[in-house]
Design a protein around this ligand. Structure first.
Ligand SMILES: [Zn+2]
Ligand SMILES: [Zn+2]
Length: 408
């Protein structure tokens, strides 16, 4: 199995790679939440925008997966890159539930004449021919939206695809397959010179024919993005029939068809960051290379390798401090470690810690801080938990610089 490791970068930075940019495919997650956007504090770390994933193929053409609210931020990003740049992305819409289309009217590049968009989706029995075009018209009809479709001056082309179809876009051969979801949903497999990426969200296991279809789609994928909305318990009981899946099914498929990296996607709006942490932890017990999709997360595929980078916003004022600390966690290889260090960079939200060990990205560290009293007398140590968002290879002393965000 090819190695998987994580490297560090500030949010705007491109991952540094040994292979050239023309040999890699990248993924950037702009929306990872299912069903409805969330803005409550308990879901901020993984993010509250609904599905939107940006892919670049080797050679640099841009593919967009779904048009949830994450699309708005992608639009701002594209505009900021270069004002007069002409954008011509290929946009694959899995289905017409709100969470996958509600970003469309707020995608600013659609209002710029020089841009051209190629949309792909299926003919819905409820919408008829030109289904996605009708979605555009309906979303911007009065009285639901202040301006009508004529305000969107970019060129738009719509291609109907169906389960079993294969099409080619620059840098990728795309296969579509039906998934098991109310009113229908397509999963997409992108075969690129850098490797295979499969996007299969909004799917409930239990239909033998469509279960097989999903396995065919995911076969040998380097990156398999899969619906993990519910806990295994919810899926078996109260949420049966809602059209979604859990990490257990994702891991099962990954093992059966030789997936190399599994990404848990479409987090439930009522699932807090702490719950995603624990689902990820459980999934990693059964399959090593699992990641929980997070807003801003980037994955780079190429050279038989996958790099994962998380956004690391350092909130709050940094404090010069010198706390002795005992840190325990899991290494990249899944072994438990414990070591003593001194923490010198601390905010109310997180810390930068130098370690001899290299923990796994998105794993939890326990930090026991020596807590000297004001008069110098020693109080009981302070126990903190942190989620690893950043890993740098080493500092001048050959240690790993680890950025964590406190989780309690
Ligand atoms: Zn959805
Ligand atoms: Zn859906």
């Amino acid at each position: 199995m090819p190695s998987t490791h994580s490297i560090a970068a500030e949010p705007a930075a491109k991952p540094s790679r040994k292979v050239g940019q023309d040999q890699v495919a990248t993924l950037r997650f702009w929306g990872v939440r299912g069903s409805t956007p969330t803005v409550d504090k308990a879901t901020l770390r993984y993010g509250g925008n609904t599905p939107c994933v940006e892919m670049t193929t080797p050679g640099g053409s841009r593919i967009i997966l779904d048009c949830g609210t994450g699309l708005r931020m992608l639009g701002r990003h594209l505009e900021a890159a270069q004002e007069d740049e002409k954008h011509e992305p290929h946009i694959f819409v899995t289905h017409y539930h709100w969470d996958h289309i509600q970003g469309i009217p707020f995608f600013s590049p659609l209002y710029a004449e020089q841009n051209r968009f190629h949309f792909y989706s299926f003919r819905s029995e409820y919408l008829g021919a030109g289904s996605l075009k009708r979605v555009f018209e309906a979303q911007m009809a009065h009285p639901y939206f202040p301006v009508d479709l004529s305000a969107m001056s970019a060129k738009r082309e719509f291609t109907e695809v169906s389960g079993g179809d294969q099409i080619c876009v620059p840098g990728a051969r795309v296969t579509a397959r039906w998934l098991h979801h109310p009113q229908g949903c397509l999963g997409f497999r992108f075969e690129t010179p850098a490797g295979i990426i499969v996007y299969a969200t909004d799917n409930e296991p239990g239909d033998p024919k469509l279960d097989k279809s999903l396995r065919d789609l995911a076969e040998g994928a380097d990156i398999f993005i899969n619906d993990a909305q519910f806990t295994p318990e919810q899926l078996a009981t109260t949420r049966k029939g809602w059209g979604h899946s859990s990490w257990v099914e994702g891991v099962k498929i990954a093992k059966e068809v030789g997936v190399k990296n599994l990404v848990l996607f479409h987090h439930d709006p009522d699932t807090t960051d702490k719950t995603v942490d624990s689902l990820l932890h459980d999934a990693r017990d059964k399959f090593e290379n699992v990641w929980a999709a997070a807003e801003g997360m980037m994955m780079t595929l190429g050279g038989n390798d996958v790099d994962v980078v998380l956004p690391t916003t350092r909130e709050g004022q940094r404090r010069e401090a010198h706390f002795r600390a005992r840190v325990t966690g899991l290494t990249d290889a899944g072994r438990t470690f414990e070591e003593e260090t001194v923490i010198s960079d601390l905010t109310l939200h997180g810390a930068l810690i130098y370690l001899d060990h290299s923990p796994k990205l998105q794993s939890e560290l326990e930090v026991l801080l020596d807590n000297p009293g004001i008069d110098g007398s020693s109080n009981s140590p302070l126990r903190l938990r942190g989620y690893v968002v950043r890993i740098e290879a080493h500092d001048e002393k050959d240690r790993t610089a680890v950025g964590i965000v406190f989780t309690e």
